[in-house]
Design a protein. Structure first.
Length: 488
């Protein structure tokens, strides 16, 4: 194609030369002593020479340009290019292009190294970010991280649950548009504007009609390389459960102190009377001794129950699991409590189903549960009443069901849910019978915590009560390891 263009250009120049010579012949040049044949040959020769020179120049220039273009196209190759053979006057240009290529390759290598380094750093940063988000996600404390513009940068699910907002809509949003607690927002803004050391303060979160949440807010700042505040980290620790536990402990200590003081005061009073010689005759002394012995036994039972409950809750009770025959266990308990029932002329009925009444458990502990339930039924049943103990097995649920019913005073509806609490006693019944308020709580711990069963109460005020419990015939595989660990 280049050759054709060159020939066309040469032909055009030849035709131009011929035309110029013709014009010269017609003009004053025609008076020269040169005939037409010489003019013709001169024109043709001159045109042919020009055509040949032009052809050679065009071909040479095209070849040089082709070499330069080919070299330029190879400048982007990862390997240095060899300088092609070119005219002397073109070699400085080619060497300059070669140096440019080397510089470009060197810079490309440097940038590729930097790019790889940035990619590695990005992957590390993404890994660290994912790890941090995972840690924040499993934390029970609410964590909020805001930047220098009071925008939320990080937040975990605990904060979203506590402050009632959606995690997916909170990131990179203004803090005050997401968090409705104005006091908390003010704390964060003040921490950013006047940075200091970590700050801790009590805070109460109000969520509409729900109960207020007592928490401790811990705030700290993170500086940037210039020493300015880059972000504020806020951690909210829900103290509701801790304060409830502290209150329960305080109530437990108060109730335990009260229950311990009552028999101790009685023992102290009668001992002082004996020391002062107020018991003049033997009958009075025997009466005082009996009262002291009864109060001492009551105090001993109270301490034993407190220790047993504490050991069960701490998981340090050794449970001797074996096959327990509830028929023999119930007969033994009734035989023990028969004098107490005879004293109040209370009839005890035994209704045992003619089925297998064996279950897996600790015989001594289950015996203590039956004794406690029957003893309570006798205490709170008026003279001439009736106590019925029944037992049956549910093969569908693979459990033994034991119930103790009485015709006593019954339990008020408001107190049904609290009778199994530690030291809880119905106020109006405290004069009916003495007690520690720990018997039913101990029964619940033995049945539910140690044996994986259930215990409950059905009662109608004035018509009597029915306490019942169920014990699995065999411990479920899923719960066996759990109870072994608790009993170890």
């Amino acid at each position: 194609m280049k050759t054709l263009l060159t020939m066309a250009l040469g032909s055009f120049l030849l035709a131009t030369t011929v035309a110029v010579m013709a014009i010269l012949m017609v003009s004053g040049w025609g008076s020269l002593p040169i005939d037409r044949a010489d003019w013709t040959m001169l024109t043709v020769g001159l045109g042919a020479s020009l055509w040949a020179v032009l052809l050679v120049c065009c071909l040479f220039t095209a070849r040089v340009c082709e070499a330069v273009v080919s070299f330029s196209d190879r400048l982007g190759d990862p390997e240095p290019c060899t300088i092609p053979r070119t005219p002397i006057w073109m070699r400085p240009l080619m060497r300059s292009l070669a140096r440019v290529q080397q510089t470009v390759l060197q810079r490309e290598s440097v940038w590729q190294t930097r790019i790889r380094d940035l990619e590695i750093r990005e992957r590390i940063a993404n890994t660290e970010r994912s790890r941090s988000e995972s840690v924040l996600g499993v934390m029970r404390e609410a964590v909020i991280v805001t930047n220098a513009f009071d925008e939320i940068v990080h937040v975990n699910a605990a904060a979203a649950r506590l402050l009632r907002f959606d995690v997916s809509e909170a990131v990179r949003k203004p803090m005050r548009k997401i968090i409705s607690d104005e006091r908390l927002c003010r704390f964060i803004s003040e921490m950013r504007e006047s940075p200091c050391g970590p700050r801790q303060l009590d805070h109460v979160i109000q969520n509409g009609d729900e109960d207020p949440v007592n928490c401790v807010a811990m705030l700290s700042t993170l500086p940037d390389p210039n020493g300015n505040v880059a972000s504020v980290v806020t951690v909210l620790h829900d103290m509701t459960r801790e304060r409830e536990i502290a209150q329960l402990k305080s109530e437990f200590v108060s109730k335990a102190s009260h229950e311990l003081r009552t028999p101790l005061s009685s023992v102290q009073a009668y001992v002082e009377m004996l020391v002062d010689g107020e018991a003049d005759d033997e009958a009075s002394r025997q009466e005082f001794y009996g009262i002291i012995q009864a109060e001492t036994e009551r105090l001993s039972r109270l301490v034993d129950n407190m220790l047993n409950i504490s050991r069960i809750e701490a998981g340090i009770v050794q449970v001797e699991r074996d096959s327990v025959d509830f028929e023999g266990l119930i007969d033994r308990a009734l035989q023990t409590l028969e004098p107490q029932a005879r004293e109040k002329r209370i009839a005890i009925h035994r209704e045992l189903a003619p089925v297998d009444l064996h279950a897996v458990g600790d015989a001594d502990m289950l015996y203590q549960v039956v004794v406690n339930l029957v003893s309570n039924a006798i205490k709170y049943t008026p003279e001439g009443g009736r106590v019925t103990i029944s037992a049956d097995s549910d093969h569908l649920e693979r459990s033994v069901h034991v119930a103790v019913s009485d015709t006593g005073l019954g339990v008020p509806p408001d107190d049904v849910a609290r009778v199994f609490e530690k030291f809880y006693r119905i106020e109006n019944y405290k004069r009916v019978a003495k007690g520690t308020g720990l018997g039913l709580s101990l029964c619940r711990q033995i049945i539910e915590t140690l044996h994986g069963g259930e215990i409950g109460l059905e009662s109608r005020l004035g018509l009597g009560s029915k306490f019942w419990f169920t014990v699995p015939m065999c411990l479920q595989p899923g719960r066996e390891s759990e109870h072994k660990a608790m009993a170890a």
